[in-house]
Design a protein around this ligand. Structure first.
Ligand code: GDP
Ligand code: IMO
Ligand code: MG
Length: 441
């Protein structure tokens, strides 16, 4: 059974939650491999809306095992809140949720450091979610992080906490002039969390190995997006983890030889939350129109998302660094009322036309988008059950995008609910999960 990575192809919020929820009935396991509760993955089921932050978006399907892999950083308080919220709404977690022993903990000093560092950066701030994700990964790389498994060993947890508190308090007090923490306060709080989470903490790399040996199919759910990747994104305006497909192996312990394909999720336009370059950023009243129609406000922080036209340079880059086999295109309906739709096909910089995404911060800042324009379809796309149902001009837009990317689309999403999902003709999904045909047609 195939094991497939689902990865954001832009700057996050592409609709990964919806796509994972649509595919979850066709797999046995969904695993998150990086990021933390900076993610906000929305799943809409009828009139019910769920926003998942640390728990994989497969959790709404009772038969689907959900794993928080070793590459994720976990804020236990936030995770427990999310778990309680799901249980209150009738979702079963016991036997369905597994948390890696190796996943690192977000400690109370991490959000404090995140916010203090952002405040100090002033106009150069990243615009983080303030959840402490960056500082938690800093500690992981500096080899002073505290892992889930340490929560289960009180003596070791206390030792690690004491060493960290001594160092973090100096940093918070002397560099940032911010509030400090006491060991006892955190210890008591985190030991309570340990009691709650202990039944779910396990060796998930071993479990995944055993499940794959048994023939189970695994979906790897990426958080954030390609352009926020620590290595491949618009550094330093990025998140601190490997969001791209390569992260799926290191962030779970499933070897690359057991991964069979990569599906990218992209919006029919572009959004970004926080600072940093967005070459195809829209200007003028169209921004408000798109933001309102697409409800483009952060699922985690509520911040308005910046909006831009579809950027084929970014998408081609995402195809290359993730090895995308196919793309699920979301939010096509948001463009329904545009008289003209633009596609960014290159960047103009000092008389040159760049068609590959540049690495240099200065070039990105100076680059002007080169657009191709297509006329809008000015008709609703929601409710279409197959590509032939879509307005002709919308179909032309999709054909042009696929030509530019060089990979086929597998799904077209025209609304937040499960039903507003079109399975493309000859969708590569059919080879991976033949049963999607009956569920989506
Ligand atoms: P994620 O972080 O990639 O999972 O995406 P988010 O959940 O942060 O943002 C996507 C938003 O768009 C959510 O509110 C979804 O419910 C919504 N959404 C997903 N697909 C579609 C679609 O095709 N059309 C519309 N209008 N909304 C969609
Ligand atoms: P999902 O999984 C969109 C952005 C933040 C900021 C940068 C760094 O829902 O797509 P961080 O808190 O991670 O240190 O912030 O990354 N960011 C996201 N943008 N969607 C997300 O997640 C994001 N997670 C982080 O806005 O620019
Ligand atoms: Mg999101």
């Amino acid at each position: 059974m195939p094991n497939i990575v689902v990865v954001g192809a832009q700057w996050g919020d592409e609709g990964k939650g919806k796509v994972v929820d649509v595919l979850a009935p066709h797999v046995d396991v969904v695993v998150r491999y990086q990021g933390g509760n900076n993610a906000g993955h929305t799943v809409v089921v009828g009139r019910e809306k769920y926003v998942l932050h640390s728990i994989p978006s497969g959790i709404l399907h009772p038969g689907c095992r959900c794993v928080i892999g070793c590459g994720v950083v976990v804020d236990p308080g936030s995770l427990i809140e999310e778990m309680e919220g799901l249980v209150r709404r009738g979702v079963t977690l016991d036997g369905n949720l597994y948390i890696s022993k190796n996943a690192h903990l977000i400690m109370p000093y991490h959000p404090a450091l995140d916010r203090a560092s952002e405040a100090k950066l002033g106009p150069r701030r990243i615009g983080t979610t303030g959840k402490g994700v960056g500082p938690a990964y800093v500690d992981k790389a500096a080899r002073v992080g505290i892992r889930m498994v340490d929560l289960l060993d009180e003596r070791l947890f206390r030792q690690k906490l004491e060493a960290n508190i001594a160092q973090k308090n100096r940093l918070l007090r002397d560099i940032y002039d911010a509030q400090t923490f006491t060991v006892e306060e955190i210890l008591n709080q985190y030991l309570r969390y340990a009691g709650w989470l202990a039944p779910y903490i396990t060796d998930t790399a071993l479990l995944l190995h055993q499940w794959i040996e048994r023939g189970y199919s695994v979906l790897f759910e990426g958080a954030q997006g390609t352009m926020l990747d620590l290595d491949h994104g618009t550094y330093p305006y990025i998140t601190s983890s490997s969001t791209t497909a390569g992260g799926a192996a290191t962030g779970t312990g499933v070897p690359p030889t057991r991964i069979h394909g990569v599906l990218g999720v992209a919006k029919a336009y572009t959004t970004r939350v926080g600072g940093g370059p967005l070459p195809s950023e829209m200007a003028g009243p169209i921004v408000d129109t798109i933001r309102a129609r697409g409800n483009e406000y952060g699922a985690t922080t509520g911040r308005p998302r910046r909006c831009g036209w579809f950027d084929a340079v970014v998408l081609r880059y995402a195809v290359r660094v993730n090895g995308l086999d196919t793309v699920a295109l979301t939010k096509l309906d948001v463009l329904d009322q545009c008289e003209t739709v633009r596609i960014c096909t290159g960047y103009r910089h000092r008389g040159e036309l760049l068609t590959e995404f540049p690495e240099e911060e200065t070039v990105l800042r100076e680059a002007e988008p080169a657009y191709e324009e297509v006329s809008g379809w000015l008709a609703p796309t929601a409710g279409a059950r197959n590509e032939a149902d879509l307005p002709a001009k919308a179909r032309q837009y999709l054909v042009r995008l696929q030509e530019l990317l060089g990979v086929p689309f597998c799904l077209i999403s025209t609304g937040a609910v499960r039903d507003d999902t079109i399975l493309c003709e000859d969708s590569p999904l059919l080879e991976w999960f033949p049963s999607v045909r009956s569920s989506l047609l």
